[in-house]
Design a binder for this molecule. Structure first.
Ligand SMILES: [Zn+2]
Length: 236
C-alpha cells in the first residue's frame, strides 16, 4: 500500500505518506530480485475465474496506490512502465482532476493535486488497473446505510464510465469497514475489498477483507526498513 510517490514538500508533516521515486524504484528492484510476480485483480480473476487462489507457483504481489495523487502518474507510472509491471490505483472519485485536501483529520490542511481523467485513461491503456476509493475520502463505518451504498455505487459507476470497463475492487479509506459495509460492497458488485490490516493473503482470506502491507516513506534507513518488511512481512 503506497500513497504519494514524490519528494515530500517541506510544509508536510505527515512524511510517511511520501515514498520518493528513487526509493520506489529501488523497492521494485528488490521485489523483482526476491522473485515476486506483479499482478492485479483483473489478471487474477481472468486466470482463475471466480477463484482468488492462484495456480501460479510464484509468489504474487499487487502494488496498490491510494487516493489517486497526480504524482503517481508523474513519478510512479514511468517506473512501472520501465519495468513492465502493473499496479492498481484507487482514486478518490469525487476528487479526480482537482486540487484538494484529502487527509482532513490531520491538523495540517494541505491541498494536493489529484490525477486527471486523461491521466487515468492513459495509465489504464498501458495496463494499470483502477479501483474505487469511494466518492469522498471518508470513514465508511460511521455512515448511514444509504450513504454507504451511495459512496460505493456512485464511485464505481463514474470510474467505469471513465475506463469503459467494470471496476472489480474498492480500497476502504482509513481501512474503515463493518459487516454492514461488507454486505453493501458485495451488493454493489465489488469482488475485492482492501483493508489496511497488515499481512499477506492466503487463499482462505475473505475477498472483501484483503490485507495489505503499508510502505511508508522514511528518509533515514529506508533500505534497511524495506528489507526488514520484505523479509518479515512479505516473505513470511
Ligand atoms: Zn486514502
Amino acid at each position: 500500500m503506497y500513497h504519494h510517490i514524490a519528494e515530500p514538500p517541506r510544509a508536510v508533516k505527515v512524511r510517511g505518506l511520501y515514498v520518493t521515486p528513487k526509493q520506489f524504484e529501488w523497492q521494485i528492484q528488490c521485489l523483482k530480485e526476491a522473485g515476486f510476480e506483479f499482478t492485479n485483480f483483473r489478471k487474477l480473476t481472468n486466470q482463475n475465474g471466480e477463484q482468488f487462489s492462484t495456480s501460479s507457483s510464484k509468489r504474487q504481489i499487487i502494488l496498490t496506490f491510494d487516493d489517486g495523487y497526480l504524482d503517481n502518474y508523474e513519478n510512479a507510472f514511468p517506473i512501472l512502465r520501465h519495468y513492465g509491471i502493473t499496479a492498481v490505483i484507487y482514486p478518490v472519485v469525487g476528487a479526480i482532476g482537482k486540487k484538494k485536501v484529502i487527509w482532513k483529520e490531520n491538523d495540517e490542511q494541505y491541498p494536493v493535486d489529484l490525477m486527471t481523467k486523461n491521466a487515468i485513461q492513459e495509465m489504464h491503456q498501458a495496463g494499470v488497473e483502477f479501483g474505487s476509493h469511494l466518492y469522498d475520502h471518508m470513514h465508511l463505518e460511521q455512515q448511514t446505510q444509504a450513504s454507504i451504498q451511495n459512496q460505493l455505487c456512485r464511485s464505481k459507476e463514474i470510474l467505469e464510465n471513465i475506463l469503459g470497463e467494470d471496476v472489480l475492487s474498492v480500497a476502504y479509506p482509513f481501512g474503515s469497514y463493518s459487516s454492514t459495509v461488507l454486505q453493501a460492497t458485495a451488493e454493489a458488485g465489488y469482488q475485492y475489498g482492501l483493508t489496511t490490516v497488515s499481512g499477506i493473503n492466503t487463499a482462505q482470506q475473505p475477498h472483501l477483507e484483503l490485507k495489505r502491507t503499508a510502505i511508508k516513506g522514511n528518509r533515514l534507513h529506508h533500505r534497511w526498513t524495506f528489507m526488514k518488511q520484505l523479509q518479515h512481512e512479505l516473505l513470511a
